[in-house]
Design a protein around this ligand. Sequence first.
Ligand code: ZN
Length: 166
Amino acid sequence: MSLLHILHHPDPRLRTKAAPIVEFPSAVATLAEDMLETMYAAPGIGLAATQVNVHQRLIVVDVSEGNNEPHVLINPKLTLIGENIPWEEGCLSVPGIYETVQRSEHIEVLAQSVTGDEFTMQASGLLAICIQHECDHLDGKLFVDYLSSLKRSRINKKLKKNKEQA
Ligand code: ZN
């Protein structure tokens, strides 16, 4: 297994729309394992392939305290259920920034495993929010896109400053 490099906003590669995965060689499972390792090391609770510059529809999430409930979702399709709720989000590609975003409290996901088997999964609360956030990455979307342009420009300035200091 190996740690992967995570792209940081405003890297234009984060705006790439990922392609569906149609074949399931062992390289797909290896990518998922490397992404989980990278996410745990960061540390984070979700990672989309887009963030490690692989433009295929694969996300990994684990919102458990013990880092022992990993989910790998390939070609995920979301059905949003119920009300939107506010939730404070962060992102490994937007380090140090936390802002409140509205998302659906419950979801149902249709996805495939690393061997291509289809499954459905229901999620609520943090897990549901996290999956929605990661699926956005596959469409080239970031959580800061939901904020006002004033907030976004403040964030961009802060990120630029952090980068200069690094
Ligand atoms: Zn993110």
